[in-house]
Design a protein around this ligand. Structure first.
Ligand code: SAH
Length: 232
């Protein structure tokens, strides 16, 4: 799969955003750590190598963009840690799955959506905070990424566009959101952090051809909460 990106000079970066610094992040993800087990899917690693994460954070944080850490994006929200993005993305391709249409809940900075688009997926993303969504849309445009987005409460999903081969929820709810599971296509995979702030687990749900759902726990994670209502 090829990355679909139009790279501008500022996207290539210098110093702490140079290709060499980015490659170090890829090596770290590939090698793994006790807290962040190795990422093996080369397509996912390649997407992370290609998408300029420093363009998804405020300039003040650009020099930290290739550390494996979450960073603030304003409005009390964060861009996820690269390892978490890699893990969630890799999960969608497990067992030979070949998703084409994916729904993301919680656009935030737009980084996870950009990674999915760089993998050639048709991406639909929903964000409740208008200002974050507007900034993310500018980034998609700058990078020439075709991502469809809407300002809405993601807990209702995107019923007009359902079903989706994959659904990625990037904010944590106390329990799985029924409306989202319902919008998953047979054979599809949903990944979502579930549980209270202090004890979230990343859950993977798979719906078989007959519509029967199986779930497994991929381990502890920390996400901002999935909230109701819209903010301008
Ligand atoms: N995927 C993002 C991570 C952002 S953090 C990235 O790559 O940067 C989670 C995001 O979910 C926040 O922007 C938050 O505003 C959003 N969010 C929380 N509850 C939501 C809801 N009910 N509907 C849509 N977005 C929501």
């Amino acid at each position: 799969m090829t990355a679909r990106l139009r790279l501008q000079p500022e996207a290539v970066g210098l110093g702490m955003t140079s290709q060499r610094v980015r490659d170090r992040l890829i090596e770290r993800l590939r090698a793994g750590t006790p807290q962040a087990p190795a990422i093996a899917d080369e397509r996912v690693l390649n997407a992370i190598r290609t998408v300029p994460r420093h363009l998804f954070v405020d300039e003040a944080f650009a020099t930290r963009a290739y550390e494996d850490t979450a960073l603030p994006i304003g409005h009390g929200q964060t861009i996820s840690q690269p390892w978490v993005v890699a893990r969630m993305t890799e999960t969608l391709f497990l067992d030979g799955a070949q998703p084409s249409k994916v729904l993301e809940i919680g656009t935030g900075s737009g980084y996870q959506g950009a990674i999915l688009a760089a993998l050639g997926l048709q991406v639909y993303t929903v964000e409740r905070i208008g200002e974050l969504l507007r900034t993310a849309r500018k980034r998609f445009r700058t990078l020439g990424l075709n991502v469809r987005s809407k300002h809405d409460d993601g807990r209702i999903g995107w019923p007009e566009e359902a079903p989706f081969d994959a659904i990625v929820v990037t904010a944590a709810a106390p329990a799985l959101v029924e409306a989202l599971t319902a919008q998953l296509a047979p054979g599809g995979t949903l990944v979502a952090p579930v549980g209270p702030a202090s004890a979230q687990s990343l859950l993977r749900l798979r719906k078989d051809a007959a519509g029967v759902v199986a779930r497994d726990d991929l381990g502890p994670v920390v996400f901002v909460p999935l909230l109701s209502g819209l903010v301008d």
